[in-house]
Design a protein around this ligand. Sequence first.
Ligand SMILES: C[S@@+](CC[C@H](N)C(=O)[O-])C[C@H]1O[C@@H](n2cnc3c(N)ncnc32)[C@H](O)[C@@H]1O
Length: 324
Amino acid sequence: MLRHNPVLLEEVLESLQLKPGMNIVDCTLGDAGHSEKILTVTSPNGKLLGIDADPESLLRSKQFLYRFADRIFFERNNFENLTKIIKTNGFSPIDGILIDLGWSSPQFKERGRGFSFQNRDEPLDMRYDMRLKCVHLEDNPPLSFDSKPLYGKCTAAEHLNKRNETDLEKIFREYGEEKFSKEIARLIIEKREKFVLETVGDLVDIILEVYRKEFKIEDKNKIPWIGGLHPSTKIFQALRIAVNDELGVIERVLPQAIQLLARGGRLAVISFHSLEDRIIKHYFKSEQGKTVNVITKKPIVCSDEEHKANPRARSAKLRVVEKI
Ligand SMILES: C[S@@+](CC[C@H](N)C(=O)[O-])C[C@H]1O[C@@H](n2cnc3c(N)ncnc32)[C@H](O)[C@@H]1O
């Protein structure tokens, strides 16, 4: 069984200044690599509240953490509901909080959600919890998710088949920083006159068609790799962000996390792309000296050794604050 390799593990343990008996919240359990170490260092009586929105991640982490069972609270929930989760579980005081954003390797490679452009036959779902009934979009629904919490309930395919060209372009440009956003949005609208986009392959073929045209590549089998990245990378990132409101949940969880920490407690956040990191950096800066001290003036990044062993760590950035 493939298990997610936790990034910046030693750096996280050090940043949280863990000691025996501490109470820690892991907002993104995943495959529990970080939590397993946290529980080891805080033994014999430190407690952990582990959260994940994906029911499968929760099941797996229960298996990985079985030997610590009497010191853990599990919660399947979105971490944007942190205050409520803490209250329901009566978990206090809180000495440290970890948020390791994004998705685990098995979620990408094995769970059939359409996260990876390599798995052509998978459905374009991209939600944390595929068991939820899919909400169908009206024509041209507003892009703001605030008034209507559609995120997590509506699949990537639904966005692709129902949104208008302007909104699709906006999603690709703002969440993917994709340079051919306009062209890709336009071709999606054209293609969906002929068929409904359902699988990863349906979308990848459209993206490749645009890239081949822009780069004047006639060979229909040639992949125009851009600086080592597949042309689909940014569009898939943009869709995941839109489907799960991934930036909105970060904005909503950070103030709650700081508010919930005990004085001297630490919040550590790992992000994987500049859109996430920007939100974290600006929020921490705006709270500096008021509610927190920023511990990491510059983000902590992985060592050369970790980079070699785990290529996913390459883009990880760890930022840490301490509650005043
Ligand atoms: C990068 S993985 C965490 C890996 C973990 N630290 C480990 O060591 O295995 C991120 C996890 O967070 C979960 N997740 C992402 N966004 C979430 C959210 N808004 N609420 C709750 N869980 C979320 C994902 O389902 C995934 O399991």
